[in-house]
Every structure is written in C-alpha cells, then in structure tokens.
Write a protein that binds this ligand. Sequence first.
Ligand code: ME8
Length: 524
Amino acid sequence: MSRAYYVTTPIYYVNAEAHMGHTYTTVLADSLARYHRLRGDRTFFLTGSDEHGEKILEVARERGEDPAVTSEYFSIRFRETWKELGIGFDRFIRTTDADHVAVVQSILQKVWDDGHIEFREYEGDYCVGCERFLTERDLVDGLCRDHERAPERRSEGNYFFKMSEHFDWLAGYIEDHPDFIRPERYRNEVLSMVKEDSGLGDLCISRPKTRLDWGIELPFDDGYVCYVWFDALINYLTAIGYPDGEDFELLWGASEHLIAKDILKPHAVFWPTMLRAIGLEPARHLNVHGYWNLDDRKVSKSLGNMISPLIMRDKYGFEAFRYFLLRSMSFGIDANFSEDALITRINADLANNLGNLVSRTLNMTGRFADGRVPAPDATGGDDALEQAVQDACAEAVASVDQYVESMEVHRALEALFRAVDATNQYLEKREPWKAAKDPARAASVPTTLYTCCEALRIIALLLSPFLPETAAEILARVGLAGALDSARLPEDAVWGRIPVGGETTKGKPLFPRIDPLEPSQQSQ
Ligand code: ME8
C-alpha cells in the first residue's frame, strides 16, 4: 500500500554557514526521505532558510549590508552546501519567497478575523539570539541559557496571539497522543510548560516597524511586521501548497518535524496552538534530538565552535561523516563529537566490518568464480550456516523498518550491521579461501560466495537511504549497477533475487583504514 511521508528540518537562520548540528538534522531527514521513497511512499522532504527578524538584521549591520543581501548570500550558501553533499530535498524554501509571504499574510488575516489576536502593551526580557521574550526558566544567572548573553528589557505596544487559551486543549492532545512528541522526555517537558504555572502566556507576534522593518508586514496594520517565529513556522504549510494544493491534506497528515531541543517550545507550544487557531491538526510527530557537543558545549554559531561538514567531507569523505552522525547519536540524547571518535567508528564499522566483507567476497568471486555471481550448489543452500545469514538479513529488513518508524536511526544502523557481522562470521566458518583448495570442501565454495553476494545485495539495499553512494557502489560491484533507481522495499529485500552470472568487480577498498590523529591534527 502506498503511504505518504512529509519530513521537515528546521529552516536555518541565515547568519552563518552550515555546521555539523544542521548537518545532522538534514542528513537524518534525507535518510528518512530516501527510506520512504524506497518504500514507494509519496514523499516530500523540505528544508530551507529562515531570513527575517533581528538576528539577521544584526549580522547584516555587522557586515554593512542590507539584510536582503546578507540573507540571500547565506541562503545560497546553505542550499549549495546541501547540494554539494548530495542532500535530496524536494524544496528549499526561503521565508522571503513570494508564496510564503502570501501564505503568512493570509493566515495572519484569518486568525485576526477569527479573534485570536489582540493588541496590548508588553514589557519583558528579550533575547535577540532566541528572537523571543524569555521567561524565568530561560535564564541562568541573568543570562540566556542558550546564548550566554544578557537579554534586553523591552516595552512596547504589540499584537498578541492568544496562545494560552489553547493550553488546556494542548495538554489534553499531548496526553491523548503519547507519541506526538518523541522521545518521551521532551513530551514531559512540554506538558510541564503548558500545565504548570510556567510563566508562558500569550505570544507577541508583531514588531513595530520603527524598531524592525525586516519582516512580513501585518495585513491589518502596516506599522508592524510579523514576529519571525510566527512567520517561520508557517513555512511547513507553504511548502506543500496550503491551503488547497493537490497533496496538501495527504502530506500534512503524514508530517514529521525534525528539530533539536533548542527549538522545542516554538514547535511544541507555539506551533500546535497556531495550527489550532488556523483550523488544522498538529503535525503527525514532533521528533526532538539532542545536541552535538564539543567539549561539553553545544556546537553553535554563537559559541563559535562550529565543525564544517565541508571540511569533514574533504578530510574523511562525506559518507563516512554521515554514517558517524547517524550512528553515534542516540536520538533524543546529546552526543559528544571528537575526531578520534569519528575515526574509531569509521575504522571499526566501515573499514573493518563492511569494507572487509565487500573486499573479501569480491576478491574470492574473482579468484574462484571467474568474476561472476556463482549459482548456489543445490545441496549446499539449505545448510544451517546459510540459513543463519538469510535469517540475519530478514531480521535486518524488519528491524530497520521498525526503527526508522520509531525514529531510532542509530538502532536501525546497529541492526543492519548485525547482518554484516553475521555474514562475516559465516565467511570465517566456511573459509572459502581454504575450502577451494580442499577437494572434500571445494563444492561448497559457489554456495558460500553466492550467499555472501546475496547478503551484500540486501545489506546495500537497506543501507542505501543512509549511505547512498556506498550502497550504489556495492550493488555495482555485485553486478547490479543502477539497481537503486527502481528498487523497492520490502519486496526487493527478499532472499534469492540476485541474478546468477552477474559480473562482479573487486574495486578499491570502500573505506581505507584511517590512522588515529596526533593531537595537532584535530581540526574544527
Ligand atoms: O532555530 N546539535 O535556526 P538555527 C544538534 N531558524 N543540532 C543542532 C545543533 C547542535 N549543536 N546546532 C544546530 C532556528 N542544530 C530557526 C528554526 S524552524 C521553523 C525555525 C540544528 O539555524 C537543530 O536542528 O538556529 C536545531 O534545532 C537547528 O539546527 C537550529 O537551527
């Protein structure tokens, strides 16, 4: 049955270049989209840039530029970076795009007409880094918890979205839909935000033009522009053709937001209540991950400790970095980055485990099977050892599906590599390099090599959403160049589909072993 899948990343602020934090969310979204495309689902993958607001104006001023010039520059940098890294988004939205501006204004008008907005005087502590007024909980020793800077005291007349009217409904919704916000720790955090007296009231959604004119004008008061978060969140609707695009309802019903915990409140409180006022259901899931940290501090633009994905690509290859990101962060929990950990992971999983399986198998099809996938021996194929490899592959197919569904991609990869382990162990037991020279065992060699080629085919198919280039290369080496173009899960992962006689290629090592770094070689 064909289903739908709509995955979004946050739209990133255009005040600096992409770093490893953005890369993690984007690579994860890319992998999920690829997986669902492989399943034959109607899939849409959205990323983009968040261009309005004071944060961007500040950077533009520092650069002595018009904000439109600064945001254009960084937006193109983000887009080009993702393109260069092979990220297959369906749309790169910019909040300055004409269709987005029109949708934001139509929604503002609608919620204004429906009485969800009112004008008030307001005084509070504003953090330009967060682009919002802070509450007590956001402050540590008087400084913003995330940006480590003092907020500004501000007082002005503004328009407010009457968000708190929806808090009881939101708490009920979260309780009735236990996996709406996942993992659970963030669900509990949000429940306490809306249930207890957390100081979270209504949402100021305007900025007077006298102070800030870089934004979308309110349709009902041309003296104001729209607050950047109210504008930004709506991108998720614009991109799929709100209100009457052909697939809008189908895709919105299948929406999966990916964010880190820094923007939990806007996505878990502002956004569902905004949607309620607009008359739409919340997204299907709000999937929240932790931070990539460097020396226990969040990797971020404002703290200046960024790791560039382009530098990592040049040093280690992007597929290796991509694997590390997906495999080494348990979804929902913070992870520490170090190049030592990256190298250890690449060597253990990619060079030794997967790389060895590929090179040993294809070396031997070259030596013992004329460089072709051999036909399995009719008597050897149902042996318990062969069966164990088949079972390991079948289990990987089921586990990957289950863990992709539950947003535990690190576990999906772990499960997939269990099939790689099982195939390596099988090779160790069958010892085709010795068996070929032993008349009593020589007949087992074609079955052994067939089994390994077929396991590699299934492993590559399952790996393709996560490491697309590596998977395509493995498939090409077992005689199936281009197979990913028309592959489908789960049907193509059924055992026994590799064409016998397909030409195999030994090729270079997929992932050469990397020597551990000297301390002076660590880059940032
Ligand atoms: O917040 N670890 O944009 P932003 C993991 N424009 N992920 C990280 C990270 C880290 N150290 N640092 C950043 C904004 N990220 C708004 C979003 S959406 C309607 C508007 C990732 O450029 C992570 O996905 O600050 C995080 O939520 C996002 O970048 C913040 O990107």
